[in-house]
Design a protein around this ligand. Structure first.
Ligand code: APR
Length: 262
């Protein structure tokens, strides 16, 4: 990809006041986790899961937990990839932008914990985190070792509610605390850096439109065109692990020499 595109994106980011990044499965492809849609997508192979996954969980949480423990269907492959994955240069690039106070917040649709593992602090995991459990009544989050799975389903030690994986199932409402943070950060955002998302699943897919509606800037990093491409100020066509480190270098170079031609 030409340097001029990276430089234009760097200029747009440095000219912005409140940059927020929205990331999707694509940023973790180079960490060995398949995307959901498009070439090599999990849903492309297995088909999209039923949209009422959560209602099925509520109808029989014991059976749902037993399936989870047995890792039936695509979950087996997905969890194996999640457990073995390490952050890639794209995750570290966003952490560096956060440390430079260029990136003010990170909203991820990924459940893979890789942004946290790369050191991101100002982050909201809108679809939850596969390495955590959550009470569906009080939204308390737990580390797996805090909850015994001797009897299924497990119950919340705080309120007695049913515990499930922290990951948000299809048909499940986004936990109110996380959703509020995402909406507040999107409200402050004048430049959204979209990395590896098909922007297909709401409410996350609505955030870029909110930014655009208030004439904010949209920058996309994706090897392929997406639904949002026609509405982006600039699309950096390439893999996140290759593009983001170059973007950070370009921004840092400007930070050091404000007189540079950028
Ligand atoms: N770097 C950057 N982007 C990539 C890369 C890469 N190396 N490889 C693939 N992509 C892009 C694809 O072109 C696609 O546009 O990443 C995007 C992944 O899109 P999806 O698989 O639809 O993932 P995502 O947008 O995160 O899906 C949203 O859907 O199934 C649910 O809950 C799941 O959080 C997920 C949500």
């Amino acid at each position: 990809m030409e340097n001029s595109n990276i430089e234009r994106a760097g200029r747009l980011i440095l000219a912005s006041k409140y940059v927020v990044s929205l990331t999707g499965a694509g940023i973790s492809v180079e960490s060995g986790i398949r995307p959901f849609r498009g070439p090599g997508g999990l849903w492309t192979e297995y088909g999209e899961p039923p949209m009422d996954g959560y209602q099925r969980f509520l109808a029989d949480p014991k059976a749902s937990w037993e399936r989870r423990v047995k890792r039936e269907g695509y979950t087996g492959e997905l969890y194996k990839a999640l457990e073995g994955a390490k952050p890639n240069p794209a995750h570290y690039a966003l952490t560096e932008l956060e440390e430079l106070r260029i990136l003010r917040y990170l909203i991820t649709q990924n459940i893979d914990n890789l942004h946290r593992a790369a050191g991101s602090k100002d982050i909201a995991e809108i679809h939850g985190n596969f390495s955590k459990l959550r009470c569906i009544q009080c939204d308390s989050r737990y580390e797996p070792e805090e909850i015994s799975l001797e009897t299924l389903p497990p119950y919340c030690p705080r309120c007695g509610g049913i515990i499930k994986s922290d990951t948000v199932m299809f048909g499940e409402p986004i936990p109110a605390d996380v959703l509020k943070i995402c909406q507040d950060e999107t409200g402050k955002c004048d430049c959204m850096l979209l990395v590896g998302t098909s922007a297909f699943v709401y409410p996350a897919a609505g955030f870029p439109w909110e930014v655009r509606e208030k004439e904010g800037v949209l920058i996309e990093v994706d090897p392929y065109e997406t639904e949002l491409t026609p509405f982006c100020n600039i699309s950096l066509r390439g893999k996140a692990g290759e593009v983001l480190p170059r973007l950070v270098e370009c921004i840092k170079a400007n930070l050091q020499e404000p007189e540079s031609p950028l």
